[in-house]
Every structure is written in structure tokens, then in C-alpha cells.
Design a protein around this ligand. Structure first.
Ligand code: PMP
Length: 435
């Protein structure tokens, strides 16, 4: 007897019965895409249970810099699976090699610890900053995301009336935890100076995405990052660059290597293991030593899966490929072509757009310029942003149809993929305008 082939909607319905909301992470359930069931992914593409294939520019929110299931990374992971396993004691040779590589590559990193996610890395960064300073307050910026834990779970994407107010992203957080986090405006050096003048002696840490990619792309002004560095140094606060997106993707040394501004601590994740679950926290040796398990270490740090051999093998293989092949050259060239091409498409149609990004990251806001602060992004036409991306899906091009989300190009994308994106962009924008 023939078995009925299950469609995406059958499987998604099963998912919703067993999984709250039918997905395993907060932003995977997208209006209009609730029946999306992924069955295969490789290179620059993924396919769904209904047989549709997409050129993937969403890239899982950023990890697969080399593309999905990169063969060299997959081979390294398989090899790790044959030779070593998680033993939960001591350290492996591969962990030592990865730590040494991060120390060599990332300017602020004198010592480094591995976690399984970026959220754990930012959690521990704040904990050690509070331990080292004995202070209470943390500063973050409107539009930056640093993971799901309480201290940073506020003011990421806020409605206009919530900017400037406390805007938690979740219920269930103690108000006193939220109150210990000050939210400032990105690229507002004056606001930073004013906050330090008032609260400086209580500020344990400033945490910042040096390039806030969780709202697409705001490029940092030099004076702003310089001010963060100077104010933290003067006040004795810990400056944390959250390079979970920018690390490895923009440069092997992260944005700190590009900007020449060195934080005290750095968090990393995503692209450093090309899709395997990783986070890393590194920085000044005196701070990192507080985690030491030897006598003297005072800050607790643990995780059953930290430094998992499969993940570390993936990270080392990713690093090897970035160092030996023109990975950055390729993704930067394609990123530039996409940004220039999209600008031309929208200008040709008379559609106001700001196409921005850096290297492999791109985003088109539907508004007139500039795009330097979060407040600027409030002018973006959200229904055009989402509507345009929904139409791209019909052309087999996947950019996440969610307001302000960035897109990524990988080493697996080709010039032909870019041609296809630009053709789809023209058709999608034309259809939006005709609507
Ligand atoms: N920091 C930044 C800048 C991020 O973009 C993210 C994830 N989007 C995180 C931290 C949290 O990482 P994870 O999802 O691996 O916990």
C-alpha cells in the first residue's frame, strides 16, 4: 500500500501538537511561513517538505559562513566522532589548539573559555564583570541583542513608543534585574558620557554589538566606540564587545581588529564553528583568571558540553578554511555586488531604500537615509520590508521576512546566485509597488 507523503502542513501540525508554537526558538515561527518544514540543506540552499528549494540568505541567523554542511567541516566532525568523545574531564588537544588560535587572532583575547551558545558567553561576561568590579549596573544599547538571559532581555527591537522606556522581551523577569540594566542609544557618544557622569561608579560593564546586526546593520562611528573605551577605562568598568555575529565573519580578529578599539572582554559564537553550537568568552587574563578552577578562581563557570569535540573540530576546520582559501575575499565581493545591485534596482524603480551592511552581511531598509541610529530605523517601512521579502520567497530566494533582519552571503554562494537575487529583487519590488 502506498504511504501518503506528508506535506509541510501535516508535519507542521504534528510539530505544533508536540512543540509549543511548533518551533524550537523564538524567531523561527514567521507569519506566513508557519508550515515550513526543512528537509535538506547544503551549500547555499535549503529545501522544504513540499519540495521547494531556496537560495538561503537567512543562513540560520549567521553561523554558516562557509555554507551549509561544508564538506571540510563535516569531514572534521565525522573524524572527531570516530576518534574522541566528550569525556567531561581534562582537555583535548583540539581544545588547546582552538584556544591558542583565538588568543593569537583576537586582539583582546589573552585567555578564552568555550561555551555552547552565545548567550552563555554573554551571561558569563556580565557575571565576571560584576565579580571583578563589585558593581551592579550593566549598560546595553537599544537594538542590540545579547542572548536570552534576564540581564540583557530588553530593548532589542522596540516599538517607537517603547524606545527610551524599559522594554523587556519576555515576561517572567524580576523587575530588579531589569532595573540594573541601563539602556542607551547606539552611536550617541554624548549619551554615554552623560550616563558615566551620573552612574560611572556603579557601572560594572558596558556590553555592545560593535556593529548592531540584530537590527540589520548600524555601522559604528569611531568616536562612539572610542568613547566607550575611554569612559570604561576612566570609570574602571569592563567593556565587552559582543562579536557573536561579527567574529570570524567580518574578520578573524573580529570588529576590534577592524576598528583598532580593544575591549576588555569579547564574546563570540556563530561563524566560528560554521553552524555547530558554540560560544566563546575571552579577554584580559586578569579577568579570565577569575574563572580559573585552580585555587583563587572565584567565578563559577561550567557546562557539560563546553568544548565538545565535534564543535571544536568544526571550529578548527572552519578556521583552517578561512585561512587557506579566499573565503573573506569571496563573501566580501559578493556582498558588495549585492549592495550595489540592490541599490541600483530600487533607485531604478524610484523606491526609497537604504542598502547597507558590511562584508557578507546586507540589508535593505525601505526609507530615506541616514541609517546611523536605532531611531533612524523607525522610519523603515516595515510592511514594505516584510512584503518584499515574502515576494522573494516566490522566486526561490530566502531572506527572513521579519522586520529589520539582516541577510548573509556565504562562501558557497555563487555569482549566479547573486544574479538570481537581483532579478528576484527587481520583480518583488515591482510587484510591491504595483500593489
Ligand atoms: N549575541 C549576539 C550579538 C547575537 O546575535 C546572538 C544570537 N543571535 C547572541 C548573542 C546569542 O547567541 P545564541 O543564540 O547562540 O545564544
Amino acid at each position: 500500500m502506498n504511504q501518503r507523503v506528508l506535506s509541510g502542513s501535516d508535519l507542521a501540525e504534528r510539530a505544533r501538537r508536540a512543540i509549543p508554537g511548533g518551533v524550537n526558538s523564538g524567531q523561527r515561527s514567521i507569519p506566513g511561513l508557519t508550515d515550513l518544514v526543512i528537509t535538506e540543506a547544503d551549500g547555499a540552499r535549503f529545501r522544504d517538505a513540499d519540495g521547494r528549494e531556496y537560495v538561503d540568505y537567512h543562513a540560520a541567523f549567521g553561523p554558516p559562513l562557509l555554507g551549509h554542511n561544508d564538506p571540510d567541516v563535516s569531514a572534521a566532525v565525522a573524524e572527531a566522532g570516530r576518534t574522541v568523545d566528550l569525556c567531561g574531564v581534562g582537555v583535548t588537544t583540539a581544545e588547546v589548539e582552538l584556544a591558542e588560535a583565538l588568543v593569537e587572532l583576537v586582539p583582546s583575547v589573552e585567555k578564552v573559555l568555550l561555551t555552547s551558545t552565545g548567550s552563555e558567553a554573554t551571561f558569563h561576561a556580565l557575571r565576571v564583570a560584576r565579580a571583578a568590579t563589585g558593581r551592579r549596573l550593566v549598560v546595553k544599547f537599544q537594538g542590540c541583542y545579547h542572548g536570552w538571559h534576564d540581564a540583557v532581555s530588553l530593548n532589542v527591537i522596540s516599538a517607537p513608543e517603547r524606545v527610551g522606556a524599559r522594554d523587556p522581551i519576555s515576561a517572567g523577569i524580576l523587575p530588579e534585574v531589569l532595573e540594573a540594566t541601563l539602556v542607551l542609544r547606539f552611536n550617541d557618544a554624548e549619551g554615554v558620557r552623560a550616563a558615566f557622569a551620573e552612574y560611572g561608579r556603579d557601572i560594572a560593564a558596558v556590553i555592545v554589538e560593535p556593529v548592531p546586526h540584530n537590527v540589520g546593520c548600524l555601522l559604528p562611528e569611531r568616536e562612539f566606540l572610542r568613547t566607550l573605551r575611554d569612559e570604561c577605562t576612566r570609570a574602571g568598568s569592563v567593556l565587552i564587545f559582543d562579536e557573536v555575529i561579527s567574529g570570524f565573519r567580518h574578520d578573524l580578529g573580529g570588529w576590534q581588529a577592524i576598528s583598532g578599539i580593544t575591549p576588555d572582554l569579547t564574546t563570540m559564537g556563530k561563524a566560528i564553528a560554521n553552524g555547530y553550537p558554540v560560544g566563546a568568552l575571552g579577554g584580559r587574563a586578569d579577568l579570565m583568571e577569575l574563572f580559573s578552577s585552580r585555587p583563587g578562581g572565584s567565578v563559577f563557570f561550567a557546562g557539560t558540553y563546553n568544548g565538545h569535540p565535534a564543535v571544536v573540530a568544526a571550529a578548527l576546520a572552519t578556521l583552517r578554511k578561512i585561512r587557506t582559501e579566499p573565503v573573506h575575499e569571496h563573501v566580501f565581493r559578493l556582498g558588495d555586488r549585492i549592495r550595489t545591485g540592490l541599490s541600483e534596482v530600487f533607485a531604478g524603480l524610484g523606491l526609497p531604500a537604504v542598502v547597507t551592511g558590511y562584508g557578507s552581511v546586507f540589508v535593505a531598509y525601505f526609507m530615506t537615509g541616514p541609517a546611523r541610529t536605532y531611531d533612524d530605523l523607525l522610519r523603515n517601512d516595515a510592511s514594505m520590508f516584510v512584503g518584499y521579502r515574502r515576494r522573494l520567497l516566490g522566486h526561490g530566494v530566502f531572506e527572513l521576512p521579519l522586520n529589520l533582519k539582516r541577510s548573509h552571503v556565504s562562501y558557497a554562494h555563487t555569482e549566479t546566485d547573486v544574479d538570481r537575487l537581483l532579478e528576484a529583487a527587481a520583480a518583488a519590488a515591482r510587484a510591491q509597488l504595483a500593489d
